[in-house]
Design a protein around this ligand. Structure first.
Ligand SMILES: C[S@@+](CC[C@H](N)C(=O)[O-])C[C@H]1O[C@@H](n2cnc3c(N)ncnc32)[C@H](O)[C@@H]1O
Length: 186
């Protein structure tokens, strides 16, 4: 079934070019000689920029149209729900989700899965528009009118979903927030 993102896919990278490489390298503590998962990674817009700083990146997404764009960038892409990732525990040394948490059906399950597939000692970053700002409240309204099933939760609430073995910090710049999580251990 076609969804909003299948329709947006051909235009997506031109409409929203990735411009935060320096921040993402810092927050993900890259480079790393390991695997990076970009869950809800869409067209691979962000994954393509990060690929040179990892051994391999994998894009997981639900939209066939978005994944087709990521494969055009020679990225490994697979169709999988973020709530049920087809990877063994601890597969990835870095895990990323950009602008996708408010689109998934089950946010708690998604966060639990991102955490599960992260290696001990690894790092996870969730970038989300900050629903506490007026700009993002307006975006949420527009997405509601467009019948998208978005559900925004605030960065401190996202941070609170991680277990006690997580060291969590939140960075905010303008209307964007990053929840940065280290998996303690090993
Ligand atoms: C706004 S786009 C962001 C894409 C990419 N992260 C980026 O920043 O360019 C949100 C993406 O989340 C994907 N998505 C929505 N629900 C999902 C789910 N349950 N599991 C995996 N991906 C999902 C959509 O298909 C879409 O590609």
């Amino acid at each position: 079934m076609l969804d909003h993102f299948d329709l947006l896919a051909p235009l997506y990278d031109r409409a929203i070019p990735f411009a935060r490489l320096d921040l993402m390298l810092e927050f993900l503590n890259l480079p790393v000689d390991g695997l990076l998962l970009d869950a809800g990674g869409g067209t691979g817009r962000v994954a393509a920029a990060l690929k040179p700083y990892t051994r391999q990146v994998v894009v997981a997404d639900l939209s066939a149209g978005m994944l087709a764009q990521s494969r055009n960038k020679q990225l490994a892409g697979l169709m999988a729900p973020a709530e049920q990732l087809p990877f063994a525990a601890g597969t990835f040394s870095r895990v990323l989700m950009v602008d996708a948490l408010h689109h998934v059906i089950n946010q708690r399950e998604t966060i639990a899965e991102l955490w599960r597939v992260l290696q001990p000692g690894g790092r996870l970053v969730i970038e989300e528009p900050d629903i506490r700002t007026l700009t993002v409240k307006l975006v949420a309204l527009v997405e509601k009118l467009a019948l998208m099933r978005s559900h925004f939760i605030s960065p401190p609430v996202i941070a609170g979903y991680f277990p006690s073995q997580a060291r969590v910090s939140v960075e905010v710049q303008g209307y964007n927030a990053w929840v940065i999580v280290e998996k303690l251990g090993d």
